[in-house]
Design a protein around this ligand. Structure first.
Ligand code: HEC
Ligand code: HEC
Length: 296
């Protein structure tokens, strides 16, 4: 915090505290002696129930003094005055780091034990699976759903259909470094609305939709524009994260509208990187858990 703001905050805090003390002290002096017999506020209920302008009871005032004393003690002990660090030397970062350190010391040996195991053995180990399940519940369900079945744009992890590959190293990579998909907008090359419609039909025909003449006329375009990523047969390519278009499993939906939107707007799904958060060992445990989800 620059010096100016340090003094600005510190001065504001001091002035406000002094004002509180003065206000409570002033109220304390307004004892019953200062209340006139007819000192009514003027509110009247049920005909004869009236409100007097009496001072607050003493014990109530003492509560205020106690809170002010507490605040002053707090300000001396903890950082609350601009840049002043407080006598106890406490800081948010310090507490966070201490807690993380303690957690690492407790859990890392457990993670290490599992990380030394073979990947396939991990997918069968109940204890490792329980760990994976709880990591998944904490960090992954917001996007992939509590049942891991995903939602439009967020892949279902319980099927055995993998955009980025299902080998140990591939799942590890997906979780550790994240993935960024790039489905480019290629519609300008498709020859107008009719061309787009034909391509939508062709794509849907790959997974069993009607393949009429219009759809088939888009096939050469598919080979020219799309096969570099999706393959000539449309079965996808995990290197680019280009999905298999022939299996009727859809990331963004298989209706004509959804496929059209994919083509017209492009798609850029992002799986965030978790490596820094988890480290190698936990990533591996989680990868094994995710793999096992697809094997039931
Ligand atoms: C540069 C590589 C690349 C090219 C070229 C490409 N795609 Fe894609 N496509 C992708 C990727 C990557 C995704 C996944 C996007 C995501 O996960 O956000 C994708 C997704 C899709 C989807 C969505 C599938 C689903 O499950 O919802 C469709 C449909 C599609 N592409 C059709 C096409 C068509 C048709 C063409 C040619 C006009 C084409 N793509 C060209 C890389 C490509
Ligand atoms: C912010 C949302 C978000 C979070 C959090 C998230 N994911 Fe993802 N994940 C995605 C998206 C979006 C994709 C698809 C990326 C794409 O379009 O290619 C994805 C893809 C994946 C894939 C690839 C699936 C395949 O078919 O290859 C795996 C595996 C995965 N996530 C696992 C996880 C795990 C494990 C966690 C928890 C550590 C997690 N994800 C947390 C959004 C998220």
């Amino acid at each position: 915090m620059p010096a100016f703001w340090h003094w600005f905050v510190a001065a504001g805090t001091i002035v406000f505290t002094i004002w509180c003390i003065w206000l409570v002290g002033w109220s304390a002096k307004q004892g019953p002696a200062n209340v006139a017999d007819d000192d009514l506020v003027g509110h009247k209920w049920d005909g004869d129930l009236e409100e007097w302008n009496n001072p607050a009871p003493k014990w109530w005032l003492y509560l205020y003094f106690i809170t002010i004393a507490w605040a002053v003690g707090y300000m001396i002990a903890f950082p609350s005055f601009g840049n002043y660090e407080g006598m106890l030397g406490w800081s948010q970062e310090g507490q966070y780091e201490a807690e993380m350190q303690a957690a690492t010391e407790t859990y890392e040996p457990i993670y290490e034990k599992f990380a030394a195991m073979d990947f396939m053995a991990l997918t069968q180990n109940d204890e490792a699976q329980a760990l994976g399940r709880s990591l998944f519940a904490s960090y992954c369900t917001t996007c992939h759903g509590s049942d891991a079945r995903g939602a439009p744009g967020y892949p279902n992890l319980t099927d055995d259909d993998w955009q980025w590959g299902s080998a140990e190293a591939e799942i590890f990579q997906t979780i550790y470094n994240g993935r960024m998909a790039a489905m480019p907008v290629l519609t300008p090359a498709l020859g107008g609305d009719q061309g787009i419609d034909n391509m939508v039909r062709y794509v849907r025909s790959l997974s069993g939709g009607d393949a009429n003449a219009g759809a088939m006329s888009a096939k050469p375009m598919f080979v020219a524009l799309c096969s570099a990523c999706h393959g000539v047969d449309g079965k996808g390519n995990k290197i680019f994260g280009a999905p298999n278009l022939t299996d009727d499993i859809w990331l963004y939906g298989g209706s004509a509208e959804s496929v059209r939107e994919t083509l017209v707007k492009g798609r850029n799904g992002v799986m965030p990187a978790h490596g820094e958060l988890f480290g190698d060992n936990r990533t591996k445990i989680l990868a094994a858990y995710v793999y096992s989800l697809s094997q039931n």
